[in-house]
Design a protein around this ligand. Structure first.
Ligand code: GDP
Ligand code: MG
Length: 177
């Protein structure tokens, strides 16, 4: 897939428990994708979506919390993504602060590259447990020069928009080259 011009490796990062795997599972089950079956290889999901009339293959990596494989896997994740989804939970301020740290680490790891990133505030259905406001999430994304979206994997709100959004971000950079 290295040579495929519309294949994008998208990496999920963020604290354990924020909903990365839940988002990946929804991605794996997207109904209006071109391929009827999602290819699943352990914690890697591949599927082809139609976005703005053009197909795009996303290879989604959900291995950030893989403790068994050790720390090298996080270094690997930081290196191999064409795009990143930095996920926090709107019900967990610590996970929001962690997201900022990860943005800084990513910038350091990929200094010269303009990598598409979406900051994802997940669990938006848990309104009564909210610890991070929409305004804070948005402001953080401005500071870190990335896009922002709130999602709910539980009620499947904005999840399709999230994956379409990351495809659009990669294309914007591709088309401006
Ligand atoms: P990961 O550790 O980042 O992969 O997080 P998981 O996908 O395993 O989710 C951790 C827990 O949060 C699970 O119990 C999920 O069911 C729950 N969860 C994930 N996303 C949402 C969401 O959008 N809303 C709610 N209410 N729960 C969620
Ligand atoms: Mg997980």
């Amino acid at each position: 897939s290295e040579s495929c011009s519309n294949c994008y490796r998208v990496v999920l990062i963020g604290e354990q428990g924020v909903g990365k795997s839940s988002l990946a599972n929804i991605f794996a089950g997207v109904h209006d994708s071109i391929d009827s079956d999602c290819e699943v290889l352990g914690d890697t999901y591949e599927r082809t979506l139609m976005v703005d009339g053009e197909s795009a293959t996303i290879v989604l990596l959900d291995m950030w919390d893989n403790k068994r494989e050790g720390e090298w896997i996080r270094d690997h994740c930081m290196k191999v993504g064409d795009a990143y989804l930095i996920v926090y939970s709107i019900t967990d301020r610590a996970s929001f602060e962690k997201a900022s740290e990860l943005r800084i680490q990513l910038r350091r790891a990929r200094q010269k590259e303009d990598i598409p990133i979406i900051l994802v505030g997940n669990k938006s259905d848990l309104v009564r447990c909210r610890e991070v406001s929409v305004a804070e999430g948005r402001a953080c994304a401005v500071v870190f020069d990335c896009k922002f979206i709130e999602t709910s994997a539980a009620v499947q709100h904005n999840v399709k928009e999230l994956f379409e959004g990351i495809v659009r971000q990669v294309r914007l950079r591709r088309d401006s080259k």
